[in-house]
Design a protein around this ligand. Structure first.
Ligand SMILES: [Zn+2]
Length: 148
C-alpha cells in the first residue's frame, strides 16, 4: 500500500470511529433525557396520590435503581468524552499491549476495549493457564505428571 492509501485509511478510520462514538453519546443523552422526563412525570403522579409506607419504600428503591442507572450512563458519557479526546490526539483504539490499531469492528462492539482481539485472546489463554496451574497445586498435583 502506498503512503496516500495509508493516510486515507487512517482518515477513514478516524471518521468512522468518531461517528460511532458520537452516535453512542447521542443515544445515551437521549435515553437519559427520556428517563428524567419519566421520573418527573412519576413524581407528579405520586404527589397527587396518597401513599402508604410500603408504597413509599417501593418508590424509594425504584428511585435508587434509576439513580444508579443514570450514574452508569453519566460514567459512560464521560468515557466517550475521553475516547473522543484520545481520538483527536490519535491515541484512541490502539492496543495497549502491541500498539497496533484495534479493529473498527471490535471497537464498535466494545468502544472502550484497550487490547486488540489477538492480545485479548492471548491474555485469556494466559489467565486460563494460570487458573489450571493454581488448581493443580492442590491435592491434585499428584497427577500433574500424567499431563506432561
Ligand atoms: Zn494487541
Amino acid at each position: 500500500m502506498n503512503a496516500n492509501g495509508k493516510a486515507e485509511r487512517t482518515q477513514n478510520r478516524y471518521y468512522g470511529l468518531k461517528r460511532m462514538l458520537e452516535e453512542r453519546r447521542f443515544e445515551i443523552i437521549g435515553e437519559v433525557q427520556s428517563r428524567i422526563r419519566d421520573v418527573r412525570n412519576e413524581d407528579a403522579i405520586a404527589r397527587q396520590s396518597v401513599r402508604d409506607e410500603a408504597e413509599t419504600c417501593e418508590l424509594d428503591i425504584q428511585d435508587d435503581i434509576k439513580f444508579a442507572l443514570l450514574q452508569m450512563k453519566a460514567e459512560t458519557l464521560e468515557k466517550i468524552g475521553e475516547a473522543l479526546a484520545r481520538l483527536e490526539q490519535g491515541r484512541y483504539g490502539r492496543c495497549y499491549e502491541c500498539g497496533e490499531d484495534i479493529s473498527e469492528r471490535r471497537l464498535r462492539a466494545l468502544p472502550f476495549a484497550v487490547r486488540c482481539t489477538q492480545c485479548e485472546e492471548a491474555r485469556e489463554i494466559e489467565r486460563q493457564r494460570a487458573r489450571v496451574l493454581e488448581s493443580r497445586q492442590g491435592p491434585a498435583s499428584l497427577f500433574t505428571d500424567m499431563y506432561r
